[in-house]
Design a binder for this molecule. Structure first.
Ligand code: SF4
Length: 204
């Protein structure tokens, strides 16, 4: 735990949004990024709970108290490593996740929760800026395997209306791309409006 009294001294804050009349003119980020100092101050609110409900609330099991402490202490590289240990795409989840971690945060019992999602976004964005994010190509690649997915819609043949039953036919082509010897695999999923979980594999 970085700052023992942080949660008592600091109010929750999030990045400010760029005015709508400006941001509708481009596809850039809609938030004004925090400085490292601002992110550190927000991370100081984390109480490093003995039972961190944020960690359980996160579907990925993100190590939230750990990286909050690292951000508070401005160790951005280690924070990025701890975030990457459980999350392969924090640049997405730091923006669009509904943040059940924040709903689970102990601080929200009688205060505003820690700005966990925005701290997460800042960790990954600052990691990109600092060059911490490196490509990690696989050490071994199977000999040029390729997969192609085709989706074809068909109506059922047994007289049911399309609204009741739609067949999605997915064809996977697998094989060595070097030799172009693809082996087609067809998988058909009957999807009914009343039995949407009934899947059948008809041919492999
Ligand atoms: S529940 Fe909230 S205060 Fe507790 S460790 Fe998680 S983020 Fe920090």
């Amino acid at each position: 735990m970085g700052k023992v009294s942080g949660f008592k001294e600091v109010n929750r804050n999030t990045e400010k949004r760029i005015p709508i009349d400006k941001r509708v003119k481009n596809w850039k980020e809609i938030y004004v990024p925090w400085s490292k100092e601002e992110a550190s101050v927000q991370a100081s609110r984390c109480m490093d709970c003995g039972v961190p409900f944020c960690n359980n609330g996160c579907p990925l099991g993100n190590l939230i108290p750990e990286w909050n402490d690292l951000v508070y202490n401005k160790d951005w590289e280690t924070a990025y490593k701890r975030l990457s240990a459980t999350n392969n795409f924090p640049e997405f989840t730091g923006r669009i996740c509904p943040a059940p971690c924040e709903a689970s945060c102990t601080l929200s019992i009688n205060n505003d929760p820690v700005s966990i999602e925005m701290i997460e976004k800042n960790i990954i964005e600052k990691a990109f800026e600092s060059g911490f994010v490196k490509p990690e190509p696989p050490k071994f690649r199977p000999a040029g395997a390729a997969i192609e997915v085709r989706i074809v819609r068909k109506t059922c043949r047994d007289g049911l209306s399309e609204a009741h039953c739609i067949l999605l036919s997915i064809t996977l082509l697998t094989g060595a791309s070097s030799s172009r010897e693809y082996r087609p695999i067809s998988i058909t999923f009957p999807i009914s409006s009343t039995e949407s979980t009934r899947f059948t594999t008809v041919a492999l």
